[in-house]
Write a protein that binds this ligand. Sequence first.
Ligand SMILES: Cc1ncc(COP(=O)(O)O)c(C=O)c1O
Length: 375
Amino acid sequence: MPVTTAPIDSAKASHPVAKPGILDIEAYKPGKSQVEGVADPLKLSANENILGSSPKAKAAYRDAVESLNVYPDSRATALRASIAQRYDLEPERLVFGCGTDELLHLINQVFLEPGDNIVQGQYAFGAYGIGAKACQAEVRSAAEPNYRIDIDLLLDLVDERTRLVFITNPANPTGTFTTQAELRNLHARLPPNVVLVIDAAYAEFCTDPAFTDGLELARNADNIIVTHTFSKLHGLAALRVGWAYAPGPIADAIDRIRAPFNVSIPGLAAAVAALADEEFQEASLNLVERWRPYFVQQLGGIGLEPVPSAANFVLVGFPKTPGKSAAEAEAYLAKRGYIVRGVANYGLPDHLRITIGLEEHNRAVVELLTEFMKA
Ligand SMILES: Cc1ncc(COP(=O)(O)O)c(C=O)c1O
């Protein structure tokens, strides 16, 4: 049966009709994981943790197999306590989701009515806009000069129908970050009825003293939500565990509409164990800190334009010249077993986003791109 958004009166239609705008939404495109004709390609396209996951988290996951017959703890009591303690947060203000992805959707649902708008940067992570459009809200994107969020340009787009402003910190796919001073400035100038959402999915990879994941601002604000994930530093992307720290009434609202058992028992157990495994977290951060500058330096030396990154990936600019383009480089790497991310769907057709891998992967990618640029 066809689902259509054609302008017909849904009450009179003879078949189900999606809400206006739904079929105009471009679905989220996950990073590729397969290449035709290549047996076992390495995926450097989804910013996953190349070290895998914490051995302690894996053990907790295995133990959880004995509980597959019961529903999870809807309150995520143990994980709530662990996160509250680790980050010095009020436990009641935490909300948990099936990945940050679900929380971002829920935040949109809680606030947006048709005709409202969200404000974001031009290269914003796709999930914000998808969720907003599903609520029939408008998505406003401010230019990002030099691949960075510009607070003034964001604020220029805020009007009386703006309900949410999204900042990814550090940002995906650019890898740049918004400083603590900039966030404070943005927050101070936002109307108090607008919610600032800080998506800190990659925050643990940024150790710059000017950086903040926003929690220090959120603690005393009525209109800041910070989201975090176990998918990146903790390497638990498969288990889908995200959390948000929100003002009490907002946490309450999100909790009312979420699915009651949205985080599984294995996910909850593994997340608690991962949070306690500082050795694994340190190894993951060290790897990124060791190889991030290597990519930037090496790729800059062969005529490419890497954007200095604060996350576990690097955005790289390619020439427009035929034979040297980003799309051709992506295909060249894929054929040789390395899948990286084309980001044309983010409005960056001349860039690729490359997740930082192990030493041998990083060296191989640099070597291949050097060959590619010389050819
Ligand atoms: C900026 C950003 N936010 C959120 C997510 C989603 O994270 P999760 O795995 O917790 O749903 C991602 C995943 O890549 C991301 O890049």
